[in-house]
Design a protein around this ligand. Structure first.
Ligand SMILES: Nc1ncnc2c1ncn2[C@@H]1O[C@H](COP(=O)(O)OP(=O)(O)O)[C@@H](O)[C@H]1O
Ligand SMILES: [Mg+2]
Length: 573
């Protein structure tokens, strides 16, 4: 299963977050500036309006004075008319002692601290302005101007005028429109910021979701990898198949056991490798029942049959139907070998005991018979024909003796007495013993000791005995003009040294291969059937193994015996 790269998903989310953050900064800054500008613009406007109003009041007062009518009443009227304007909160006039001369309405009582404020002004001639908050929370932009004496110069001596001299006109302008505008601006900014915040939050949530997805993905891959490792580390072959028999998953060992490559197992029909009927896989798929430890054998590419134990358990779908099966394959080769060896050992032990007893019983009378035969031969020296019979008796008794010696050799425990020796030397020594025989029969012997190690730890007498047995068997299998190859080499993985004896004789029949190591199995008239049994025993005592290849690779005849002795024998013994 392939998992898409979630990292790419981060990019659009990151871009959104970046854009939102930039917009936030930008809009925040521009809103602030806009609010500030709007505020100063509105104040400027209010100020101008205030200045204009004061100018109107001043001009009107001047003209009222000029008319000469009831001045105070007219000014009173003027001020209250001005106060009726919707943008004017109040207007009033005070004398220089800040006593009220005229006023528009009650609101002016809240215009407190006038004297204190104006006294702080640097230039009394100028128009002063301030913002004050009334008790009901409304804000008022207040302007104040000292009545200019110059403008009233004609009346300087009048008593009325003296009252006004140094007086102050105060106008309070309502800031309601200004405040609503500002509030609207503020609301607008809040809405914008909220939208951005939601957008940013969304993007962050998106990133969070991707992050979670990424983490889960990672964990999933982790778990998958872990499961794969566990399955691959299993000591058994594991396969899962669907209900049509197609392989869905497998571990390395299953490939090894079935002798398939990864590409092969994915394409090939498993029925061609495993007999579904015999193994019970068909039964599991059809009836949803499990099969436990059934023994089957599977043919390998080299024609070898591997004994396997197979267990098949159904994979149940939610509705209880069988949607496939899990197959566990156990390689039984080792166990079978051990079983065989155990059986052999038991057989050999019983046989050994029997042989030893029999041999012992035979030996004593044999020496008497041999003695008599020798005596006869001596006594019949004048009758050569009869003497020949006596000599045949001696020879045959000697042969029986050899068999008995072999038998006793075989029955004895034969503990190796190893030392470091040159293996090529052992081969030379062995071949010297059979040289004459081989030459007389016209058989050539090739020797290959090129890749031999110089020293190997083994029992030289016993291994010579092994080599001699193998070489004699080969010689016996060969006809004149045929050849034999004997050699020794260090294995490629340096773990063992291998001796081999190869001949191009007829080879061994398939049915006999398993039996040739059994004691007393022989196909030769004069054979004892003990040669290979002894070979096997000696090699096993050296922790080694004997292998037979017959016919030779790529041929229809010939036979090759390979004896491997471990290089670390000293540590093992
Ligand atoms: N190189 C060989 N070529 C053909 N057959 C062989 C070879 N080596 C052994 N055999 C077969 O294995 C049998 C058992 O051999 P062995 O145990 O040495 O007993 P023996 O030599 O006394 O028959 C032989 O009788 C022979 O049939
Ligand atoms: Mg033999």
């Amino acid at each position: 299963m392939k998992i898409s790269q979630p990292r790419k998903l981060y990019i659009p989310a990151m871009i959104i977050v970046a854009v939102v953050l930039t917009l936030l900064v930008f809009i925040g800054f521009s809103t602030y500036r806009h609010l500030n500008h709007a505020r100063s613009d509105a104040l400027k406007f209010l100020h101008q309006r205030g200045v204009a109003t004061i100018a109107i009041i001043e001009t009107s007062i001047r003209s009222i004075w000029g008319i000469g009518a009831s001045k105070e009443e007219s000014i009173d009227q003027l001020i209250s008319e001005i106060g009726k304007n919707e943008y004017v909160a109040y207007a009033y006039m005070v004398n220089k002692e800040y006593e009220i001369l005229h006023h528009s309405n009650h609101l002016l009582t809240q215009s407190t601290g006038l004297g204190l404020w104006l006294n702080q002004m640097p230039d009394a001639k100028q128009i002063s302005s301030r913002i004050i908050t009334l008790s009901d929370g409304t804000k008022v932009y207040e302007l104040a101007e000292t009545i200019r004496p110059l403008s009233l110069h004609r009346l300087q001596d009048s008593e009325d005028f003296l009252k006004y001299n140094g007086g102050i006109i105060v106008v309070g302008l309502s800031m309601a429109t200004y405040e609503t505008a500002q509030q609207q601006d503020f609301h607008h900014a809040i809405v914008m910021l909220s939208i951005l915040a939601i957008l940013g939050g969304g993007a962050f949530f998106f990133i969070f979701v991707i992050h979670q997805y990424h983490r889960m993905n990672y964990r999933l891959r982790d778990t998958q990898e872990y499961t794969r490792q566990v399955v691959d580390s299993m000591a058994n072959g594991l396969l899962s198949i669907d209900d049509s028999g197609r392989v869905l998953s497998y571990n390395n060992l299953s490939l090894e056991i079935l002798g398939l490559t990864r590409a092969e197992i994915q394409q090939l029909d498993l029925r061609k490798v495993i007999d579904f009927q015999a193994s019970g896989i068909s039964q599991t798929l059809n009836q949803c029942s499990a099969i436990l430890d059934r023994e089957i054998s599977i043919a390998q590419h080299n024609g070898e049959q591997w004994p396997l134990s197979i267990s098949v358990t159904p994979i149940l779908a939610a509705e209880g139907a069988c949607q496939g099966a899990v197959i566990i394959l156990r390689d039984l080769r080792e166990i079978k070998l051990l079983e065989e060896r155990l059986l052999r050992t038991e057989k050999l032990a019983a046989l050994g005991k029997l042989s030893a007893a029999v041999a012992h019983e035979i030996r004593n009378p044999l020496s008497s018979i041999r003695g008599f035969a020798k005596f006869l031969s001596h006594a019949l020296k004048d009758r050569p024909k009869d003497r020949e019979y006596a000599d045949v008796m001696v020879k045959e008794v000697d042969r029986i003796n050899r068999v008995v010696t072999d038998l006793l050799n075989f029955a004895r425990p034969l503990e190796p007495e190893p030392e470091y020796v040159n293996p090529a030397g052992l081969i030379d020594h062995t071949l010297r013993l059979v040289e004459g025989d081989a030459q007389s029969r016209g058989i050539t012997i090739d020797v290959d000791t090129q890749n031999s190690p110089s020293r190997v730890y083994l029992d030289p007498d016993q291994i010579t005995h092994v080599l001699l047995n193998l070489v004699l068997n080969a010689l016996q299998a060969l006809d004149s003009g045929q050849s034999m190859n004997v050699g020794v080499a260090l294995d490629a993985d340096l773990s063992a040294v291998s001796f081999w004896v190869e001949d191009d004789g007829p080879g061994i029949e398939k049915d006999h291969i398993k039996k040739i190591f059994d004691p007393f199995f022989t196909k030769r008239e004069k054979g004892t059937g003990l040669g290979l049994a002894i070979v096997q025993k000696i090699v096993e005592n050296h922790h080694g193994k004997v292998q037979v290849v017959t016919p030779l690779q790529g041929k229809t005849h010939g036979c090759r015996f390979v004896v491997s002795i471990p290089m670390d024998l000293e540590a093992r013994l």
